[in-house]
Design a protein around this ligand. Sequence first.
Ligand code: SF4
Length: 122
Amino acid sequence: MVRSDLPIHPSRMSLAEIETLWGGDVDPLLPECTYDPELHTGPRLLIETTAERAAREAVAREVCATCPARVLCDEYALRLRPTSGIWAGRTAAEIDTHAEITELYEAMRSRAAQRLSGLEVA
Ligand code: SF4
């Protein structure tokens, strides 16, 4: 079960959580980040410099780029809006921006559909 108040990064999910969230009727797509969780979530016991963090996040993005679960991870992150970590190749701030653009696009599309439904074809 997903705890929406405390998003679990895919790298730290149990196999049961992965199966519940992403399994469906087929074998779950295993996240690449499970092999090195701290690459995506940051070190637990060390403080990173800005340069160290940027370097770590760049490598994490490369791992995400080839991850078979990327699409599912992206949808999961957009729904949960995490506050830290790299998810589907994005930082939390980038996920927020992407979610806001998606919501704006959907609102514009909905308004356009409403206007078009009011027009009659001659
Ligand atoms: S896309 Fe990245 S963060 Fe998401 S499951 Fe894959 S490796 Fe992990």
